[in-house]
Design a protein around this ligand. Structure first.
Ligand code: PFF
Length: 486
C-alpha cells in the first residue's frame, strides 16, 4: 500500500469543495449536451426520467464516491485500495479506480474538442465573424469551423493548455482559486440570459417542451441516455468527484454537500434549457438538431436581439468557463495519482498528462475533418469515446461502487464517513444496495435487447421487482458478503 509522502492537501475555504465539485458537475453537459439530448429524445418524459436517475442513482453514488475519496485520502486507485484493504477485501477491487481514472481521461479527450468550439465561438463573436441571416448560414459556419484541422486543433490545444496550467498550480492555488470566481460569474451570466429568454416569445413553448410529460415519446434508448447523462452531468465514476472528495476536511457533511452539488447541477441544466429552447422555438428551429444545436441556433438569435453581441459574448464566456472548471476535475485524478506514486512534482505530472491528452484529443478532433471517414461500426473515434464512457464505463463503475459499499465493505467505514442519523443511513444503504443497482441493471437489460422495458406501462412491475430483490438481498446478504469476499 502506498502512502503519500506529504499530508494530502485540503480545500482551504468552507465553500472550496462545493464550488469545485459544482464546477466539475456544471459544464458542457448541462449547457450543451442536456438541451440537445432532451431535444433528440422528445422533451418532458426524458426530463422526468433524468431527474429520477439523478435522485435514485446519482445522489447515492455521489455520496459513496466522496466517502471513498475521503476515507482513502488518495486518487481513485489508491483510495479504493485503501478502503477495501481496511475491510480485509481483495485489492483487485481497485480496478474500479483504474476504470474511473481511464473514463475521466477518455471523457476529457473529446471534451476539450467541444470546449474548443466554445472558445472559438467566443472569438468569432468578439471579432464579428458570426454574421449570417438564416440557419443555413450558421450550419455553414459550424461546418467550416470543423473542417479545418488546424483551426479546430488550435482551440482544443488552448483548452488543454489552460487545463494543465490550472491543475499544475495545485489544489488550492489552482483549482480552488479559479472556481471561486468562475462559478459565481457563470451563474450571473446564465440568469441574465434566462431573463432574455422570458421575453423572446418562445418561453411558453420551451416550458411545455421541457416539463410536459408524454410517456409515449420515451424510447428505451432515451432511458439509457438519461441514465448515462445523470452520471456524466454529476461527474460520477470518472475519478473527479472521488479525488475532490479526498481533499474534503473530515468534519464536513458528505450528504449536505452532495445535495448542494446535485441541486445546483440540476438547476443549471434546467435553466440552460429555459435559456436555449425559447430562442430555438421563437426562431422556428428544430430542437432535435443534435450536437450542433447550441452552436447553430444561438448565434442566429444573438444577431437578432438588441445588444446581441454583448449577450453572445457573455454566453460563450460562461460556456467556456463552465467547460474549464469541468476539464480540470477530469485530470485531477490522474495527476494526483502520478504525484503520489511516481515521486514527480505536480507541475511535471500535469504537463506529462497534458501531452498524452493532447495526442488522443487530436485524434478525436480529426473525426470532424481529415478522419471524417474513419468509422468503426458507424461511429467516429469522437463518438466512441462518448459512447463507451457515458453508456458503459460510468454506469458500470457506479454499479461497482454501489455494490462494494452496500454489500462487501465493513458497514462501519461508511457509517463513520457519512455520519448520518440512523434512518438516513438506512435510506442510503437501501439506495446503494438495491435502487441504484437495479436501476442500472434494468436499463442495461433493456439496452442489450434482452427484454423491453416500457417505462410508462411497467413501473408497477419494476416496483414489485425492487421489493422482491430487496427481500432476497436482505435475507441472503450475509452469505453474499462471504462469497464476494472469497
Ligand atoms: N459534469 C461535466 C459536465 O456536465 O459537463 C462533465 C464531466 C466532468 C464528466 C468531470 C466527468 C468528469 F469527471
Amino acid at each position: 500500500m502506498t502512502t503519500p509522502q506529504q499530508p494530502r492537501a485540503q480545500w482551504l475555504g468552507r465553500w472550496g469543495f462545493v464550488l469545485a465539485a459544482t464546477g466539475s458537475a456544471v459544464g458542457l453537459g448541462n449547457i450543451w449536451k442536456f438541451p440537445y439530448i432532451t431535444g433528440e429524445h422528445g422533451g418532458g418524459a426524458f426530463v422526468l426520467v433524468y431527474l429520477a436517475c439523478i435522485l435514485a442513482v446519482g445522489v447515492p453514488v455521489m455520496m459513496t464516491e466522496i466517502a471513498f475519496g475521503r476515507r482513502g485520502r488518495g486518487s481513485p486507485i489508491d483510495a479504493v485500495r485503501r478502503v477495501v484493504t481496511e475491510s480485509g477485501r481483495s485489492p483487485l477491487w481497485s480496478l474500479l479506480g483504474w476504470m474511473a481514472m481511464l473514463a475521466g481521461f477518455m471523457i476529457l479527450s473529446f471534451y476539450v474538442v467541444v470546449a474548443g468550439w466554445s472558445f472559438s465561438y467566443l472569438w468569432k463573436m468578439v471579432t464579428g465573424q458570426l454574421a449570417g441571416s438564416n440557419v443555413d448560414d450558421m450550419v455553414a459556419i459550424f461546418a467550416a469551423n470543423n473542417a479545418n484541422p488546424f483551426n479546430l486543433g488550435f482551440w482544443s490545444t488552448l483548452v488543454t493548455l489552460l487545463t494543465m496550467l490550472i491543475v499544475g498550480k495545485g489544489v488550492q492555488a489552482g483549482i480552488e482559486r479559479s472556481v471561486s470566481w468562475m462559478m459565481p460569474g457563470m451563474v450571473i451570466m446564465l440568469l441574465i440570459l434566462i431573463g432574455y429568454g422570458m421575453f423572446s416569445g418562445g418561453f411558453g413553448e420551451a416550458w411545455r417542451f421541457l416539463f410536459s410529460f408524454n410517456a409515449g415519446s420515451l424510447t428505451s434508448d432515451g432511458m439509457l441516455a438519461a441514465l448515462g447523462h445523470a452520471f456524466f452531468t454529476l461527474s460520477l465514476a470518472s475519478g473527479a468527484i472521488l479525488t475532490y472528495g479526498s481533499y474534503l476536511p473530515s468534519r464536513t457533511s458528505i450528504a449536505r454537500t452532495t445535495f448542494s452539488v446535485a441541486v445546483a447541477d440540476t438547476l443549471v441544466a434546467l435553466m440552460a434549457g429555459l435559456a436555449i429552447f425559447p430562442i430555438i422555438f421563437a426562431n422556428g428551429l428544430n430542437p432535435g438538431e443534435g450536437p450542433g444545436l447550441l452552436f447553430m441556433s444561438l448565434p442566429l438569435a444573438f444577431q437578432a436581439m438588441p445588444l446581441g453581441t454583448l449577450f453572445g459574448i457573455l454566453f460563450f464566456v460562461m460556456l467556456s468557463m463552465a467547460a474549464l472548471t469541468s476539464s480540470i476535475s477530469m485530470v485531477e485524478a490522474t495527476v494526483s495519482w502520478l504525484v503520489d506514486n511516481k515521486g514527480i512534482s505536480r507541475r511535471t505530472a500535469a504537463w506529462g498528462t497534458g501531452i498524452v491528452l493532447w495526442l488522443i484529443s487530436t485524434l478525436a478532433m480529426l473525426s470532424f475533418n481529415l478522419g471524417a471517414d474513419w468509422t468503426l461500426a458507424g461511429r467516429h473515434f469522437f463518438d466512441w469515446l462518448d459512447y463507451l464512457t457515458s453508456r458503459w464505463m460510468m454506469p458500470l463503475g457506479g454499479l461497482g461502487m454501489a455494490l462494494l459499499a452496500g454489500f462487501v465493505l465493513k458497514s462501519e467505514s461508511f457509517r463513520e464517513e457519512l455520519g448520518l442519523a440512523p434512518h438516513w443511513h438506512a435510506l442510503w444503504l437501501f439506495m446503494v444496495r438495491y435502487v441504484s443497482p437495479l436501476g442500472i441493471l434494468v436499463i442495461f437489460v433493456d439496452a442489450l435487447g434482452i427484454a423491453r422495458v416500457e417505462f410508462g406501462m411497467h413501473w408497477p412491475w419494476l416496483l414489485l421487482l425492487l421489493a422482491l430483490v430487496t427481500l432476497a438481498g436482505e435475507i441472503l446478504s450475509p452469505r453474499l458478503r462471504r462469497t464476494l469476499a472469497g
